[in-house]
Design a protein around this ligand. Structure first.
Ligand code: HEM
Length: 534
């Protein structure tokens, strides 16, 4: 066993990488040539120019020059851990996925937590959404649950993703701000694009500054479809419930932590795991009948800006996730891991949520660039813990040495294989409709759920959210942008709007515009009157 500079012992062969990569005691070139000097370049005399023929010098510097790969276009800053998922066995009536349905079944997992907007070197405790991406290495192939710590999203259709991210990322001229929503383009966008209101409210609440990764909830956001062993289907929203409870920082703590220890969250996770205190969560399912309308109690299940209150559909706990092993190598594991919603297993299916549908395209597309070609599933961290026989060949960074003749099907030369019996079969959901660029009408309700969320907060949390809106909007240079956002706040709660307006030194808007979905229900009103909220 080797001991790292921090005193930690390294696990060898953990990821099944090339065992020759660090073999032997001698320093060698990449070609295995033993070196006698790595401190001096080859020169024409001690005072002479360096010689082009010095292969070791060029190899050492060239390799170093290419050590970095592009950071993720979003979720660039992240930290990860290995662990295990154990199924309670009560999900079999909903899904035939083995890792969920078999009582006591243990499945290896790798989880990457992240912020969304900042670059790789930004601080952990900024106000932002957190990624909560889980790779389950199941016996039936990899299943990725690529979620966030907020149950809704800014947009309803993936075609808006470049817009929301361009508006939220640092300005192209000054490259500020890092990972804060405190700037004109963000508030300009979300003031105009009011379907973002629900997500903005969660972000401005204490949920936007979690205390640690171990105290965050996680959400799959979209509605998925489960299928059991009898072919019966049910719609589902996935939830992660932290066993340590949900806890946030207060703003002043987040500010201090960002300065004193920008690695606050990743250090907390790595240190706790090393100290024998794993991070623990339970996986929960909110189930809804697959009735064809894809709505529940009037809430459109295909709209990723909507939640279903737990009072209406309880979260049923079906297994436990324990994160108890730190990565050995940040680059090999945390940086090179590639998540994708299309990584499904039998018993779990996607739905027509237009945000989900676009994500199915985006992740592999970006990973082709970020990870340098089509063979990133061969990287140790991405490799399934099951057999692979895929008929895919060649390409950049191919590491497999395939044998045999050309891979094609059908064939008679290779015994007719590999075979396609007992594989994944999509649920034959009927797809029928005119070709249009339109959303369902229910997607026009942008305000009822943020109002529900705001009114569910305690008095202290409502103070925090008012302070957050005041601080973040206060960073805008354009007064018109602040004024427009006040009209959005007016639709959620008059007192909140007045408090923020006073904090900004602006008058509260007098003309509260009335629009579709301009209602502010309480949960009891929804429960008492099931049906469309709008
Ligand atoms: C990365 C979640 C919407 C494109 C990520 C990551 C998470 C995530 C957790 C980080 C994965 C990692 O740790 O490597 C979500 C959630 C969404 C959402 C919960 C909405 C419900 C979208 C949409 C698009 C998109 C609509 C594009 C149309 C990307 C891209 C990456 C990413 C390109 C970088 C992937 C990589 O470089 O490996 N997302 N995302 N996301 N997301 Fe999303």
């Amino acid at each position: 066993k080797k001991v790292s500079p921090t005193g930690r012992s390294e696990r060898e062969g953990l990821l099944g990488g090339d065992p020759r990569a660090q073999a032997g005691d001698h320093l060698t070139t990449a070609q295995g040539l033993r070196l006698s000097d790595t401190d001096h370049s080859l020169k024409a005399g001690p005072r002479g120019p360096s010689l082009l023929e010095d292969h070791h010098l060029r190899e050492k510097i060239t390799h170093f020059d290419h050590e970095r790969i592009p950071e993720r276009v979003v979720h660039a800053r992240g930290a990860a851990a290995h662990g295990t998922f154990v199924a309670y066995g009560n999900a079999a009536s909903a899904t035939k996925a083995g890792f969920l349905s078999q009582k006591g079944k243990e499945t290896d997992v790798f989880v990457r937590f992240s912020t969304v907007l900042g670059s790789r070197g930004s601080a952990d405790t900024v106000r932002d959404t957190r990624g909560f991406a889980v790779k389950f290495y199941t016996d039936e192939g990899n299943f990725d649950l690529v979620g966030n710590n907020i149950p809704v999203f800014f947009i309803q259709d993936a075609i808006k993703f470049p817009d929301v991210i361009h508006a939220g990322k640092p300005h192209p001229d000054r490259e500020i701000p890092q990972a804060q929503s405190a700037h004109d383009t963000f508030w300009d966008f979300v003031g105009l694009h009011t379907e973002a209101t629900h997500h903005v409210f969660w972000n401005m609440s204490d949920r936007g500054i979690p205390r640690s990764y171990r105290t965050m909830e996680g959400f799959g956001v979209h509605t998925f479809r489960l299928e059991n062993g009898s072919g019966e289907t049910v719609l589902v929203k996935f939830h992660w419930k932290p066993i340590a409870g949900v806890h946030s920082l207060v703003w002043e703590e987040a500010q201090i932590a960002a300065g004193v220890d920008p690695d606050f969250h990743r250090r907390d996770m790595a240190d706790s795991i090393e100290a024998g205190a794993p991070l623990e969560y339970e996986l929960g399912l909110q189930l809804f009948p697959d009735s064809g309308e894809e709505t529940f109690e009037g809430i459109d299940l295909l709209d990723p800006t909507k939640i279903v209150p737990e009072e209406l559909a309880p979260v049923q706990l079906v297994g436990k996730l324990t994160l108890d092993r730190n990565p050995t190598n940040y680059f090999a594991e945390t940086e090179q891991v590639a998540f994708h919603l299309g990584n499904l297993v039998p018993g779990i299916h996607v739905t027509n949520d237009p945000l989900l549908q676009g994500r199915l395209f985006s992740y592999v597309d970006t990973q082709l660039t970020r990870l340098g070609g089509p063979n990133f599933s061969q990287l140790p961290i991405n490799r399934p813990h099951t057999e692979v026989n895929d008929n895919l060949r060649d390409g950049m960074h191919q590491t497999a040495v395939h044998t045999g003749l050309a891979p094609y099907l059908p064939n008679t030369i290779d015994g007719g294989g590999p075979f396609t019996t007992d594989g994944y079969v999509e649920v034959p959901v009927l797809v029928d409709g005119p070709k249009v660029r339109q959303n369902p009408v229910s997607f026009d309700d942008h305000f009822s759920q943020p109002a529900l969320f705001y009114h569910s907060l305690t008095a202290v949390e409502q103070v925090h959210i008012a302070e957050a809106f005041t601080f973040e909007l206060g960073k805008c240079y354009e007064q018109a942008i602040k004024e427009r956002y006040l009209t959005v706040l007016a639709r959620i709660d008059t007192a909140l709007c007045e408090t923020v307006a006073a904090g900004l030194g602006l008058p509260a808007p007098s003309d509260k515009p009335v629009t579709h979905g301009d209602v502010s229900p309480t949960l009891s009103q929804i429960v008492a009157a099931p049906g469309p909220i709008t």
